[in-house]
Write a protein of this length. Sequence first.
Length: 272
Amino acid sequence: MAEQHTPRSLIVTLYGAYGRERPGPLAVAELIRLLGVLGVDAPSVRSSVSRLKRRGLLVPERTPEGAAGYALSADARQLLDDGDRRIYAPSSADLSDGWVIAVFSVPEAERHKRHLLRSRLVRLGFGAAAPGVWIAPARLCEETRHTLRRLRLDTYVDLFRGEHLGFAATAEAVSRWWDLAAIAKQHEDFLDRHEPVLRSWDAREETPAQDAYRDYLPALDSWRRLPYADPGLPAELLPQGWPGGRSAEVFGRLHARLRDAGAPFVTGESRP
């Protein structure tokens, strides 16, 4: 089955890959052109931009030519900057660095925030150690601080750093805290879809801008979720044959071959 990429996700991915380098906003007409080659129609682009505006991720701004456009909000830039460290330089945590533990308590009158907290911690890569107790590699501490403050959830959470002292072996505990089989399946799905794309590029000598962009953005859109589902647990705690390293290599090679090659199509310097 073909992978589904939502218009909203593709727009965020587009801004993350290319939008931060621009001195001004992306014009709506340009967003429609750039998403159009990926099969997204103009009404879907406009409605998705409106939703991202309501969420505070995009802000309306005129281009230097006076056209209607949208730029990233400060919160969105922080979100993308935090993501860069995971997306473009994935690596395994060192077991000796320890863990960050998030302990939260939400009053019953605000129980909707309890669900928001849980879902956000999962999206950051935390595993559930016990009710109200979540754990992740310690290197995720600062990103967790940024995220919880941005969402105004920090008043409900205490963060701690520490090491696992037992009683179960740490590898056994990790297999309870995270669904490792589900994470491995996401890596395998990424490989099924994008390793053939890499092989096809390896067989080509030239890298046309539009073709590069058209293959790169969906690959990035697929990949950028994986370093959050998989927080980069220490290698010695993972099952044999873990596919994370291979999927990271495939994305890294696609990024090196296609990202900069596709930039002229984004800026309009290269037209089909």
